[in-house]
Design a protein around this ligand. Structure first.
Ligand SMILES: [Zn+2]
Length: 359
């Protein structure tokens, strides 16, 4: 949790109830959906729109595939949508809580009440489609278990759980993906809204959390939909996974954040988790401080060579369940790799386990 959360301002104290929305600005509606994880909710954004002469809504991100999410959406369609259709879906990235229900929503749900396009960056769409289709055994399964064990995870029960989850983990949350998409690129400007009240959103691609994550910025309204790139309470997960075992995502993530510093200080940030807030620059500074402190802790610990698994309890003082351990290990590795690529640590293979120590 963010110890300096008091530096941020939250204009709204209470999130909308499930199945309803809260209007933040004219034509900008906040929706919250439940998640069956430790992180128990996701924020989604519904924007007034008009496409091809039809008034309706554009949706930013979807929620996971679950009966609870479908019920909540149906409630919104029958209630707050006030008879207007969904017109378009824009997904910030491929993670299940953002992309899981895109197949259902683009097809209009169980009643097939509309067919709408999915807008997404190409890498995010490709990742989601690959993993939904079974995607080998990456992220979970045998390849993931090998990756974790190579990086020092020796807890048999945790490894077994990763193996057993197998390739079914992502498809369980994202069982299908729309068969086509509309590609968005860094710098694209997307007009959202009816002609008399249209907002221009610029796509800002960021790295480190997902392969080609799209945030949306409206300059006129100083509105930034950050997806998972900037979150007020928790640090964005930046991990090294088995699909790219030698990746160096953390410096890329921090550089992506720095690109947002040109935006005004009073920008209203709409994050995927937590509450809308003002304090973008403070939050970016906090993230830099947070990771600089973690780098120091990791470097100090590596005075004697350590595996990523050894680093986990240093970075995460709280008790973690098996699901969280895999993310935590990925994060520990992200810090180790950054220091390794900066030349501050050396990596050595000791009996099949990577250990990082002084050069
Ligand atoms: Zn994410």
């Amino acid at each position: 949790m963010n110890p300096n959360e008091h530096e941020l301002q939250y204009p709204w104290n209470e999130p909308p109830a499930t199945g309803d929305w809260l209007t933040l600005r004219p034509g900008v509606h906040w929706v919250r959906m439940p998640l069956p994880f430790a992180l128990d909710h996701i924020n989604l954004w519904v924007l007034d729109d008009e496409i091809d002469g039809r008034a309706g809504y554009t949706l930013i991100d979807c929620g996971i595939t679950s009966d609870a999410t479908k019920r909540a959406w149906t409630h919104l369609f029958d209630g707050a949508f006030n008879g207007k259709p969904l017109l378009r879906i824009i997904c910030t990235h491929f993670h299940p809580d953002h992309f899981g229900l895109a197949h259902w929503l683009t097809a209009g749900g169980e009643t097939a009440r509309w067919r709408v396009p999915l807008w997404m960056t190409a890498t995010e769409y490709a990742f989601g489609r690959y993993l939904s289709a079974g995607g080998g055994d990456n992220i979970s399964g045998e390849s993931a278990a090998r990756h974790f064990s190579r990086n020092g995870l020796s807890d048999g029960a945790a490894l077994q759980q990763v193996r057993e989850r197998g390739s079914g983990y992502y498809p369980g949350l994202v069982p299908a993906v729309p068969s086509s998409f509309h590609r968005i690129y860094e710098g694209d400007e997307v007009a959202i809204g009816p002609p008399h009240a249209s907002r221009l959103f610029r796509i800002i691609v960021g790295f480190g959390h997902a392969p080609e994550h799209a945030s949306l910025y409206c300059e006129e309204d100083r509105l930034l939909i950050t997806g998972d790139m900037v979150l007020p309470r928790i640090s964005t997960n930046v991990s090294v996974f088995d699909l790219e075992p030698d990746a160096d995502p953390l410096p890329r993530y921090l550089r992506s954040l720095d690109r947002l510093l040109v935006l005004p200080a009073d920008t209203l940030v709409l994050p995927s988790h937590g509450k809308p807030f003002i304090g973008l620059h403070q939050r970016i500074a906090q993230q830099h401080r947070h990771h600089a402190e973690r780098y120091d802790e990791v470097l100090a610990a590596c005075a004697t060579p350590q595996s990523a698994a050894n680093i986990v309890p240093i970075l995460f003082k709280r008790q973690l369940d098996h699901h969280q351990i895999t993310f935590a290990l990925g994060e520990a590795l992200a810090h180790l790799h950054a220091l390794w690529y900066q030349g501050k640590l050396a990596r050595r293979d000791e009996a099949g386990v990577y250990r990082f120590g002084a050069k």
